[in-house]
Design a protein around this ligand. Structure first.
Ligand code: IMP
Length: 207
């Protein structure tokens, strides 16, 4: 029998290829088929207009499940900088304006931080993952990674704010780490390992 047909199928609520790459690696050993936006015709354009990561993640997963009928996974992430009273936070993707590029967002952050002293540079990434199962039940988990904003970009891997974020206890920025190394300690890695546990338990109970 075709193994794929017997596997659970889940769809990811993102068009961000950087995230998709990390998430695929994080869920790699689960016996599930992961679909992305390119695999379905009806993938909706979902507006992230809520004031919290939780509400955005839940909104994205619920809307996607409604349209596709499939169990859906959504991730919403923000960078919270203490010196900026938690900004950019939930607005991290549009910090330098609507449709701002990663580069522009980083430049804006570096310029706002130019007078910050070393001890004033603490920040954290937070990811909320929402999972809506086949019955429409919603689950959420959270992952946090603490660190510091440095004053110059370092590294060319990763995406978003990775090249200016130095995770706590490390001497490499996220952009100097491989996906595998980043996933071990990152906000997204922590959150998706929690989701993985939840999915494993649910699949076991169904056997
Ligand atoms: P989103 O709303 O979850 O897509 O994420 C908001 C923004 O946060 C993205 O556009 C990126 O700039 C940034 N971001 C999300 N995850 C990461 C990450 O793992 N590293 C660096 N920046 C990230």
């Amino acid at each position: 029998m075709d193994k794929k047909k017997t596997q659970k199928t889940i769809i990811l609520a993102t068009k961000n290829l950087d995230k998709i790459r990390e998430i695929r690696q994080l869920l790699t050993d689960l016996p599930i088929t992961i679909l992305i936006y390119k695999d379905v015709r009806c993938f909706p354009d979902i507006v992230e207009d809520k004031d919290t990561l939780e509400d955005n993640a839940i909104k994205k997963a619920l809307e996607l499940r409604k349209v596709t009928g499939l169990p859906s996974l959504a991730d919403d992430t923000g960078l919270f900088v203490d010196y900026l009273n938690g900004e950019p936070g939930v607005y991290s993707s549009r910090f330098a304006g609507k449709n701002a590029s990663y580069v522009h967002n980083r430049q804006k952050l570096l310029s706002l931080m130019k007078n910050a002293k070393n001890q004033e540079r603490s920040a954290y990434f937070k990811t909320v993952v929402a999972y809506v199962d086949e019955y429409g039940k919603v689950y959420t988990v959270t992952g946090i990674c603490e660190g510091n904003i440095i004053d110059k970009e370092r590294g060319t891997k990763g995406f978003g704010y990775d090249s200016i974020f130095l995770p706590k206890g490390m001497n490499k920025t996220f952009a100097e780490l491989s996906d595998e190394e980043k996933n071990k300690i990152s906000h997204r890695g922590i959150a998706f390992r929690k989701i993985k546990k939840l999915l494993k338990v649910r699949m076991k109970n169904k056997q």
